[in-house]
Design a protein around this ligand. Sequence first.
Ligand code: NDP
Length: 399
Amino acid sequence: MGKVLVIGAGGVASVAIHKMVQNSDVFEEIMIATRTKSKADALKEKLDGKGAVIHTAQVDADQTGDLIDLMMDFGPDVVVNLALPYQDLTIMEACLATKTDYVDTANYEPKDEAKFEYSWQWNYKKRFEAAGITALLGTGFDPGVTGVFSAYALKHQFDEINEIDILDCNGGDHGYPFATNFNPEINIREVSAPGSYWENGNWVHTKPMEIKRHYDFEGTGVKEMYLLHHEELESLGVNIPGIKRIRFFMTFGESYLTHLKVLENVGLTSIEPINYHGQEIIPIQFLKALLPDPASLGARTIGKTNIGCIFKGKKDGIEKTYRLYNVCDHQECYKEVGSQAISYTTGVPAMIGAALVMTGKWKKPGVYNVEEFDPDPYMDLLNQWGLPWVEDFNPTLVD
Ligand code: NDP
């Protein structure tokens, strides 16, 4: 069917590319372009001859001009940004210059500000409309599948959704005292930030990890989870009519939280540059260099993830609750694509989002979040490509 340019060759990109190769009727040619070309070459070596034709290139995705040159040369139908949130805007600019569709999994975050929100990317809406190209934002698991679950629940189960609780549980164990399951810098910035939730049209702010709850997750058992700010709260607050409250909870183990507290207390999670023996160092980037590469955790991670949403609303005037979730096994993912489940549960939806744009099912000029499209084809593809979902019509609620 067409050509895809994937930017990045880390944990998430590796899974998305494995799945694109399996889906080579849609992705006939794949260009993997990233900062460290050897990582793209290693993927090509592993996957060559298994489906799609694979090319590799070195690119600095902070440089719009370099991206435009690469895109003019390769001529992709869609660009899938699996680098870091810092690169979202430079890649969107290059897509505008070359009239190419754009897909990502995380909203823009300035490097020097611990803040992420959609406003920067939503501001591109008119320019994408005028150029006749689609930007599909946030097609990972959360954001991503959680937004599709919300659109599906609204379409098939409710007349009105009033409350959504998104629960992200990782019951996996990698055996290290401290490691992050996706890019350490982005992960630590996210979990050390103040929390917040959406209520009656306003943000309610909390201290980091201030709100704690328990939940008994299928496949992992009872876990402690903490309320975090998360990007899909912002888009679902706008896109789900009648919504009154949206919260996001993520599970963390005791060891992770203790290490994080110590690292914070000694200043190693700071994004403020310091001068060390004449060289400028950003502490959190130095810490990233010390920590295990998330892409290397696959072989040693055991256990399962359980991620999904609990909905509360009304159908035919009657109050109703409903839950949708997926359980994913770290070792099963490793057997299939050589990665742990966090990369898997993000990389598969990235491939699915790109496939829906590529095949025209989710193609509409402008900038959109996943919940703004028809959820049905996406839900079918989740079952088909390794992330089957489960419905619960009598879910335990979170107080
Ligand atoms: P990794 O750090 O493993 O991979 C990032 C890749 O991007 C690396 O190959 C890196 O190159 C490359 N890269 C970074 N900067 C540049 C640049 N300037 N130019 C070109 N390439 C660059 O991260 P993950 O795979 O864990 O995460 C990828 C994305 O997925 C992130 O944006 C993350 O926030 C998002 N994510 C989304 C989730 C969701 O559910 N929605 C969940 C988990 C992650 P190099 O090898 O040189 O470092």
